[in-house]
Design a binder for this molecule. Structure first.
Ligand code: GLP
Length: 241
């Protein structure tokens, strides 16, 4: 795993933006895997700036997001579809029909998982996957204990994850208890991964990732088995290394 040292959050976002722009400029039909949460917001802001400055176009890009809450509709402000529209898709020239997330309001979430797998295969595999890191080592919504062989599936969210994400919802009770997430094996099929981590509160998780063993108890550790992973971590996130 290559580690790119960023000074602070904005620098992390800028370095991540360079990776994405490079991928988009140099592929005919790039497929980007996208993530939500606070961490990639700066990256999305930088991509919008690059687009407005005429440095990049997304007309030939397809995106597949990692995950979505079960039960939330696309127009629910707490859904990840809404987040992606608001933070990125509404501001760039990505054809909306090329922007995929699992459908949180699908009548049959299990079927939705199978359909999403098919969709990713049809898109032609993810060229560059953006990842954030959960405090407990989760990637996407793959919580500790998830099989490394997992494909896109419905998960029961850890209480700690619901609490960590409660800041986006009116109350903790409003945080959904289930989500659809790309599985670990699905994520590992990406050709390249860029893992973004910022801030001291993630320093413990970064240390476990870099110096700990590969174990299903810490899902992100699987990334050490992938040949092309870049960890972009700012100073706070590296403070326990
Ligand atoms: C959430 C998301 C993940 C994200 C992670 C970290 O639960 N499902 O995809 O990477 O938690 O979020 P944040 O960047 O807000 O710390």
């Amino acid at each position: 795993m290559e580690i790119i040292r960023a000074n602070h959050y904005d620098d992390m976002s800028k370095k991540a933006c360079e990776q994405v722009v490079d991928q988009v400029r140099h592929s005919d039909k790039p497929v980007l895997g996208l993530a939500t949460g606070s961490t990639p917001e700066g990256l999305y802001g930088q991509l919008i700036d690059q687009y407005h400055e005429g440095n990049v176009s997304f007309q030939h890009v397809t995106t597949c997001n990692l995950d979505e809450y079960v039960g939330l509709t696309a127009d629910d402000p707490n859904s990840y579809r809404y987040y992606m529209n608001d933070k990125l898709f509404n501001h760039i020239d990505l054809p909306r029909e090329n922007a995929f997330l699992p459908r949180g309001d699908a009548a049959d979430p299990e079927q939705e998982c199978r359909d999403y797998e098919t969709l990713i295969q049809q898109a032609g595999q993810v060229d560059l996957q953006i990842l954030g890191l959960g405090l407990n080592g989760h990637i996407g919504f793959n919580e500790p204990g998830t099989s490394f062989d997992s494909r896109t599936h419905v998960v029961a969210l850890d209480e700690s994850t619901r609490e960590a994400n409660a800041r986006f919802f009116p109350t903790l009770d409003d945080v959904p208890k289930r989500a659809i997430t790309m599985g670990i094996d699905t994520i590992m099929e990406s050709k390249k991964m860029v893992l973004l981590v910022s801030g001291e509160k993630k320093a413990h998780a970064v240390n476990q990732l870099v110096n700990g063993e590969v174990t299903e108890a810490f899902p992100a550790s699987v990334l050490k088995r992938h040949p092309n992973v870049v960890l972009i971590a700012d100073e706070g996130a590296r403070s326990h290394l």
